[in-house]
Design a protein around this ligand. Sequence first.
Ligand SMILES: [Zn+2]
Length: 342
Amino acid sequence: MARANHPEHVTLETEPVDGGELHKFLFEGLPVRGILVRLTGAWTEMLARREAAGGYPEPVRRLLGEMSVAATLMQANIKFNGALILQMQGDGPVRMAVAEVQPELGLRATATVIGEVAEGAGVEALLNVNGQGRCAITLDPKDRKPGQTPYQGVVPLHGDQREPLQQLSEVLEHYMLQSEQLDTRLVLAADDRVAAGLLIQRLPVQGEKNLEGGTASGGRSNEEEIGLNEHYNRIAMLAATLKREELLTLDVDTILRRLFWEEDLRRFEPQHPRFACTCSRERVARMLNGLGRDEVESVLAERGHVEVGCEFCGIQYTFDPIDAAALFSPVVSQAGGTGTVQ
Ligand SMILES: [Zn+2]
């Protein structure tokens, strides 16, 4: 019984060149590296798909654009073989916002808005009204074995003095320092055409990950170097002079030349992020299975079918009574949940 409207796995993408560009670079001979990313088509496609469902208020678009950029930067930075999921859980008008990036830089993002969003609202007004907001970064391995839990790091949305943070970049810089012990400078910006960001990071002196080439630290430990490396501090300071407007309107070569014209940069082949949703009928089936037979049957009794829409790409998955009965056959229930919906 073939059903043309039941795709098993759907990957939606724009032309690779239109999705955006990501440029990695090293500061020759110094323990500092950087990544500059500009999301164009990858970002506008996400907005366009959401437009059908009413779209997002401006401050939420900005937050989600910056999250998409930050997640892309972090994924490209660690080269993790699995999904990197950046998630904000809020106690304000935004209950949840999530950006997810695959190893080959396919990305998707969505937000759940439950209240009135004030004009110009920052992180605190959107997500941390009562101080309960959280930012979580999850690394979900591609070939995760049953029972294996993904790595997750969680930070609150305030600084060391309990002051509420207003910018996503501050939250993530804090996260990198606390959980990864990495000095990081992030500049993020998004409007309705472009979402862009710059990451500057000091290479750890010791430690298992992210080491590329030698460092110029003469045997000091990473902990001693935190906040003290003069090369990193100089370059991070230059990065911080980059204005939002410049990041959104200038091309990559111009930005790097303006900021680092006195530095010796080694650049790498650009990569191309793009919009891509990883939802599938199979994953929706697993989620419905997790809800339980009673729940599914009560929806069937009411509407005659069960319809589930993907929050990320807008595709609707429909299950009639026969499909729904199959959900609770042994084959599906042994498949095991992923812990996340879609
Ligand atoms: Zn989808």
